[in-house]
Design a protein around this ligand. Structure first.
Ligand code: NAD
Length: 317
């Protein structure tokens, strides 16, 4: 497993990343093969011989990919979620996994607020009508977020950033988490409650958990039944956290739903298209981290973490 520092590192990048990341890695003396959108078959054929694999959320890095990459030392995820990587197996194989967990926090939180505010005022419906020549004033009455209760599921980096923004809007904020987040809750004046209480009490529910075995379809039909009529749901975490087919059955009694993530991206099932077409639903195409600032930070954070990982691999490899 040893790694001499003279070796020229070969990097395979299989998703679209900022050009600056490629240039920074080149300036560190690495050879980069940039193949955004590469299909799985080609990836399996190609992966052997590369030392570093850089992905975003599209590329599935499972056991087969890891096994074929006999020279692989580092898997770098340009972004936060590691749900597309078999982390447990990669670690067992002695690989180092890095990501850029802080880079997109504020971009994802701002998009969450955008979806909440758009839903509250039916902005999506007005935009659609006005663009199609209909002056929709008087058609869709909105609501204020001020004075409403926001329930944050997953009080991590993004959940806490959303709490800060919600406070500025005059919302009462509840949160739930599986780890002890009481220090942050006290700091931010947020009340911690159980998931059931949160679903029952909130006017707006926003999801900020990572996708794991436990959070897959966490918002299922039973939990959707707890949510009050006229509430909003916003999800900028991972599509699979909500059972989308169950959600369809609740749309009539909800105020609206804002989603940046779907169970399949791009969507492919009839029930996903039904959801997207529904007037109460706003869908954006997974753009939570797509800002100039977040992409810039991803480059900086990832490069620093790759440098760190290289040190570790060289010292202990
Ligand atoms: P984080 O790890 O800081 O926070 C996640 C929180 O969820 C943690 O506090 C964790 O304890 C909690 N949690 C886990 N399982 C839970 C459960 N069953 N019930 C309640 N809480 C639970 O992560 P973050 O930086 O806040 O990001 C959250 C997620 O947002 C990421 O995992 C990623 O999937 C997603 N994300 C999406 C975009 C986008 O483009 N839309 C951008 C960035 C992040």
């Amino acid at each position: 497993m040893g790694w001499e520092s003279g070796i020229q590192l070969k990097v395979l990048v299989t998703d679209k990343v900022d050009e600056k990341l490629l240039n920074r890695l080149r300036s560190m003396g690495m050879v980069i093969d940039y193949k955004p959108g590469i299909q799985r078959d080609e990836l399996l054929k190609l992966i052997d011989g590369y030392h570093i694999l850089v992905v975003r959320s599209r590329t599935k890095v499972d056991r087969e990919v890891i096994d074929r990459g006999t020279s692989l030392k580092i898997i770098a995820r340009a972004g936060v979620g590691l749900d597309n990587i078999d982390v447990e197996y990669a670690l067992k194989r002695g690989l180092v996994i890095i990501n850029s967990p802080n880079a997109a926090t504020y971009s994802a939180a701002e998009l969450t607020l955008t979806l909440m505010l758009m839903l509250a005022r039916n902005v999506h419906l007005h935009i659609f009508d006005v663009k199609n020549g209909k002056w929709s004033k008087g058609t869709y009455e909105g609501v204020e977020l001020r004075g409403k209760t926001l329930g944050i599921v997953g009080f991590g980096r993004i959940g806490r950033a959303v709490a800060r923004y919600a406070e500025a809007l005059g919302m009462r904020v509840l949160a739930t988490d599986i780890i002890d987040v009481s220090r942050y809750a006290n700091e931010l004046g947020v009340k911690l409650v159980s998931l059931s209480e949160l679903l029952e009490l909130s006017d707006v529910i926003t999801l900020h958990v990572a996708l794991t075995k436990d959070t897959y379809h966490m918002v299922n039909d039973d939990r959707l039944r707890l949510i009050k009529d006229g509430a909003m749901i916003v999800n900028t975490s991972r599509g699979e956290v909500i059972d989308t087919r169950a959600l369809l059955n609740h749309l009539d009694r909800l105020w609206g739903v804002g989603l940046d993530v779907l169970e399949h991206e791009p969507p492919r099932e009839d029930w996903e298209f039904k959801l997207i077409q529904h007037p109460k639903v706003i869908v954006t195409p997974h753009i939570g981290a797509e800002t100039v600032e977040a992409q810039g930070r991803i480059v900086e954070e990832l490069v620093a973490n790759i440098q760190d990982a290289l040190e570790r691999v060289r010292n202990h490899g």
